[in-house]
Ligand binder design. Structure first.
Ligand code: ADP
Length: 189
């Protein structure tokens, strides 16, 4: 059974945590655009220098930059049989681009899992993470801005996937194990 899955949800909903667990359970790679950008920032690459300006401001990295990075990653062999995309697509233009990347290989998406969590909960989680990890985009102002950008640009994409019959909405509040179980049930695994 192929598993081509998108995880979508506000910053702090727990996508990264769940992506790692689902990757293990399903045997497909978890691909996090945020992690790839952060690795490039740490490695001081050209891509990292570009991305950092946007990330630190809580803005999305421009679509052309993000799309070509994802195209490269999906072309790698380990993604041939499936993948979990964490943090992509986040804009309408990225949806269109992902559609054509998949179409070019006669592949299609199996599920879009929306992880939900209310604003107070996610702000609390992100502030707690800030004190542990010191991510430069986890300050309260930047967090609020990231949530606004999510509501404006990414949340509407769930309607589009719902129309395609791909959306599985999962409550992101609860124990980590319990949420993984909910997601697996929602995708019929
Ligand atoms: P979060 O979702 O908690 O904000 P991520 O680690 O997923 O954290 O992303 C961190 C930052 O990386 C985003 O705020 C954005 O600047 C950039 N980024 C990640 N994915 C994308 C994307 N698909 N398009 C544009 N920018 C992205």
């Amino acid at each position: 059974m192929s598993s081509r899955i998108i995880l979508i949800g506000p910053p702090g909903a727990g996508k990264g945590t769940q992506a790692a667990r689902l990757s293990e359970a399903l045997g497909v790679p978890a691909i996090s655009t945020g992690d790839i950008f952060r690795a490039n920032v740490a490695g001081e690459t050209e891509l990292g220098r570009t991305a950092k300006r946007y990330m630190d401001a809580g803005e999305y990295v421009p679509d052309e930059v993000t799309n070509s990075m994802v195209a490269d990653r999906l072309a790698q062999e380990d993604a041939a049989e499936g993948f979990l995309l964490d943090g992509y697509p986040r804009t309408a233009a990225q949806v269109t681009e992902l559609d054509s990347m998949l179409e070019a290989r006669s592949h299609s998406l199996d599920h879009v899992v929306e992880l939900t969590a209310d604003t107070d909960e996610v702000v609390g989680r992100l502030l707690a993470r800030a004190s542990l990890q010191g991510r430069s985009d986890d300050t309260e102002d930047v967090i609020r801005h990231r949530l606004d950008v999510y509501a404006e640009q990414t949340q509407p994409l769930t309607d589009l996937y719902a129309e395609r019959g791909l959306l599985r909405r999962v409550d992101g509040l609860g124990e980590v194990e319990e949420i993984t179980a909910r997601i697996l049930a929602a995708i019929g695994r």
